[in-house]
Structures are given as C-alpha cells and as structure tokens.
Design a protein around this ligand. Structure first.
Ligand SMILES: C[S@@+](CC[C@H](N)C(=O)[O-])C[C@H]1O[C@@H](n2cnc3c(N)ncnc32)[C@H](O)[C@@H]1O
Length: 208
C-alpha cells in the first residue's frame, strides 16, 4: 500500500488549515486574480501565492497581522466595504471570517468584486443549535480525534469570536445571499459554501 502524503499543514494544523488544500484545489488554475477576505496573518494567501501566474490579494482590518515582503499583496480594508472595483477578481475566498462581520453586507461585497463565472468559497462555522445537532457534534469530535493524530496544533495570531448564527441559520443566510450555492457541512465544525457567479443577471434587460 502506498503511504499517504503528509498533510500540507501537518506542522501548522488546525480546523481551518486542514481545509486549505481543499479550498486551493477548488480554485481553477485559470483564476489569476484571487482575493482572500479576512486573510489574518496571510497563511492562506501564501499557500495560494506560489503559482507564478497568480496574483493574490489579502484584506483584513487587523494591521498588525500584515507582513511586508510577502509574495501576496495585503490591503487594510473591511469586508463590508472593499476598496476594489466591480468584477476585479476571478476567485474570492473567505475563511472563518463570515461570523466576524455583517454577513449579508460582506457577501454582497464579495459578489460585487467577483467577475461573472468566478468562484466564491466560504469556509465558516455555526453555533450548536440544540439536540438535533448532536449527531453532527459527535461526528465532528470523532473526526477531530482521527485527523489531529500526528499533527502539530497551531494557533494563529488572529482574533477569534464565537459564531452567533446556528448552523441552520448560517445555511439560510447563504441560500438567501447566494442563490444556487452549494453548502456542505464538513467534519470538525466547519461548513463550506461554493458559489459561481452567474454569467448573466437572472433578470437582465434582454429578458424583458
Ligand atoms: C478567525 S480569523 C481567520 C483568519 C484567516 N482567514 C484564517 O483562516 O485563519 C478572522 C479574521 O477576520 C478578520 N476580520 C474581522 N472583522 C473583519 C472585517 N470587518 N473585515 C475584514 N476582516 C475582518 C480578523 O482581523 C481576523 O484576521
């Protein structure tokens, strides 16, 4: 049997970095301009930025996290009021930031700066909403025990807050703001939203 390759973040592992390879794989090679909203210390930007043809921009409100000299370009900006023109990016990622911000405004901004046909990826977390969620909690705890083995737990220097929305509320917000999105509850207390910006607005002038 071929031994499994070590996880890319085995030495810097947490429930977010665990999914960075999955997120990176979901961004097409053809995405040259990528935005990471709420980039924190830029770990995901650096992971994305090793493609010579790709320019990665990270935005965050926390100035002390930004590292001058990184291959990625960092901008101090709020997720709710991004300082970029419409349709600037081929792909937009938000990892563990939606519960820090006004989710509807931030998603509208992410959609605005994304070009048509571009992909939006949101890794997020919900709050335990009561006993019907117990099987998920159990699954997440077991998955944590399995995945954490042999890895070094890593605590990034970023601000953390507890989510206010339950998992089902987070799902409803996603469906409301991103019609047609895919929403998957991932092991270890995370969800993933994948959404492709439609090629034409649903009710364009041509329809009337
Ligand atoms: C839990 S950290 C996640 C950081 C990084 N994306 C990761 O995966 O580790 C949340 C980040 O959101 C940032 N943040 C909070 N409010 C924000 C806002 N209004 N606009 C942009 N970033 C914000 C925080 O400064 C912090 O870096």
């Amino acid at each position: 049997m071929t031994p499994r390759a070590p996880h890319a973040f085995a030495a810097q592992w947490n429930h977010n970095t665990h999914y960075y390879p999955l997120l990176r794989a979901a961004i097409p090679e053809t995405a040259h301009r990528v935005l990471d909203i709420g980039c924190g210390d830029g770990t995901f930007c650096r992971f994305l930025g090793d493609t010579p043809t790709r320019s990665v921009v990270g935005v965050d409100v926390d100035r002390r996290l930004m590292r001058p000299g990184d291959p990625a370009h960092y901008v101090l900006s709020s997720a709710e009021a991004l300082g970029f023109a419409d349709a600037t990016f081929d792909a937009v990622a938000m990892t563990m930031v939606l519960h820090h911000v006004d989710a509807e405004t931030a998603l509208a901004e992410a959609v605005r700066v994304l070009r048509r046909g571009g992909i939006l990826l949101v890794l997020g977390i919900g709050r335990y909403g009561g006993p019907p969620g117990l099987p998920w909690e159990l699954r997440d705890a077991v998955a944590h025990r399995l995945h954490a083995r042999g890895k070094q737990a890593w605590e990034p220097p970023t601000t953390k807050v507890d989510p206010v929305e339950t998992w089902s509320q987070a799902l409803m917000t996603a469906r409301r703001c991103l019609p047609g999105c895919s929403w998957t509850r991932l092991p270890m207390w995370r969800y993933l939203i994948t959404w492709t910006k439609p090629d034409a607005p649903p009710h364009s002038r041509e329809d009337t």
